[in-house]
Design a protein around this ligand. Structure first.
Ligand SMILES: O=C(O)CCC(=O)C(=O)O
Length: 276
């Protein structure tokens, strides 16, 4: 596993109060540890019976409200743009009509990784975990905004040295229950905004409530949506868990949605073994 060392910056409280320290410099000073984490492994077998070992976990108290506010401040300074979709990166508002701010920062991704690494599968399809993708996609939703059902794509490094199998969502604020905005696992077919067929209307759903400092970890190939927010604002950050592809062997993409795997894909972290 690669662990980055934080740069040591000499910060003083006065400097921070006087706004001489940028939000990013301040964030780079954060601790690599979080002592208060509580966790719940989700049982998604009833939703995805063809995938009995589906991996999804909720971690609470990974970041404090103050830390999440600082991340929001950073992103608002950088500014949000219309979120795009697909390899061509175009705006398709039937698919998603929310806002996005992309920040590439290995120091921040390493802080997140250091705090949650005990809860991440150490191996996936035989490949060893390395770190988190430094490409941090911050998302902002206003009332009426959504991201329709989809599976997350694998992120492959240009030199094929690493690829991702697992998604990380860090929620930066609380959304009140009933105001929408959950991340919802769903059996709804990948409609991407197109009208769903009658037979697909009665889909099964399991919603995860956005809560400040909460992290949701799940394998890419689980269909999910950012449900429509009806009130307030929602901020979340998405990135990926990267796994090493040591010999740069050509990467075989995981089977498509709905196709069962012949054997478990991942090594469950030790921390879950006694509890589940
Ligand atoms: O905003 C959410 O809750 C989900 C976003 C999402 O599905 C994604 O970024 O891939």
């Amino acid at each position: 596993m690669t662990l980055f060392r934080r740069k040591s910056l000499s910060l003083t409280k006065e400097k921070m109060l006087n706004q001489e320290i940028s939000p990013l410099q301040c964030i780079h000073e954060w601790s690599l540890e979080s002592n208060d984490i509580s966790f719940e492994k989700l049982n998604l077998q009833w939703l995805f019976p063809y995938k009995p070992d589906a991996f999804a976990v909720i971690l609470d108290n990974v970041f404090t409200k103050e830390e999440c506010d600082k991340l929001i401040e950073l992103t608002e300074q950088v500014s949000y743009q219309e979120a795009l979709v697909g390899y061509g990166q175009v705006r398709v508002s039937q698919t998603r009509n929310n806002w996005r701010c992309i920040i590439d920062d290995p120091i921040v991704s390493n802080i997140i990784f250091s705090r949650i690494k005990d809860y991440i599968p150490t191996k996936w399809l035989g490949k060893h975990v390395s770190n988190l993708n430094e490409r941090l996609r911050f998302l902002k939703y206003n009332p009426g905004e959504y991201f329709k059902p989809h599976n997350d794509g694998i992120y492959i490094r240009d030199d094929q040295s690493q690829l991702s199998y697992v998604t990380i969502h860090l929620y930066l604020n609380d959304v009140i229950e009933g105001d929408g905005g959950e991340t919802t696992f769903t059996t709804e077919k990948l409609s991407y905004g197109r009208p769903v067929k009658k037979s697909q209307v009665f889909n099964k759903r399991l919603s995860v409530q956005p809560k400040v400092g909460r992290i949701l970890i799940f394998e890419h190939h689980l269909s999910h949506e950012g449900s429509t927010l009806t009130k307030g604002v929602k901020y979340t950050m998405r990135t990926d868990v990267m796994y090493d592809n040591p010999d740069g062997k050509p990467i075989i993409r995981a089977p498509r949605w709905g196709v069962p795997f012949p054997k478990p894909q991942y090594k469950l972290p030790e921390i879950f073994k006694s509890k589940c």
